[in-house]
Design a binder for this molecule. Structure first.
Ligand SMILES: [Zn+2]
Ligand SMILES: [Zn+2]
Length: 174
């Protein structure tokens, strides 16, 4: 179960933090990161330390002298990472472990099943070569004769990761 940030932190040794709602979600997993003061523990200098913003996934963290700067640093980095995710990349760099991804596909004129009536279009699909040794893209297409989803045909030329899934709230069987 994931731990949700509680409005009243019970660790009164820590100075109050600026709202964690000011933070962009983690660019790697989509969760809300944790902002906290890390004291260096020098006697008589309890306020000596640094602000750390971390995600529990372990993929992203920033440190800074004060929280405002840490937040600015985190948000800068997160928005750059999120922007980097939203770039089309060459199909040669696509994962082939069965991960569902966005694909730009050049349609096949013989088997005309693009989701949009265009030679090149966007769809979702995967390649499971790492799992079954079959290096083949399978993706969603549209049957224009009967108006239903079907297997897509064509040549994937670019890919992009899907957006991260929303974090599951509550976790108490709502
Ligand atoms: Zn994360
Ligand atoms: Zn059909």
């Amino acid at each position: 179960m994931t731990t949700q940030p509680t409005p009243s932190a019970d660790n009164s040794a820590q100075p109050p933090t600026l709202s964690e709602e000011n933070l962009l979600p983690c660019p790697f997993c989509g969760k809300q990161p944790i902002s906290e003061f890390n004291s260096v523990g020098v006697p008589g200098m309890e306020d000596c330390g640094y602000w750390g913003i971390d995600c529990t996934c372990g993929m992203a963290q920033v440190h800074a002298d004060d929280e405002e700067f840490a937040i600015a640093k985190w948000n800068n980095r997160a928005s750059a990472e999120i922007a980097a995710r939203l770039q089309w990349r060459p199909i040669s760099e696509a994962p082939k472990d069965g991960t569902l991804i966005l694909l730009r596909v050049q349609s096949d004129r013989e088997n005309w099943t693009p989701l949009e009536d265009a030679m090149e279009h966007t769809t979702i699909g995967s390649n499971s070569r790492d799992l079954n040794d079959i290096d083949e893209w399978t993706f969603a297409g549209w049957c224009w004769s009967h108006d239903h989803y079907t297997e897509g045909y064509g040549t994937p030329v670019m890919w992009m990761p899907l957006p991260t899934a929303p974090e599951m709230k509550g976790g108490q069987g709502a």
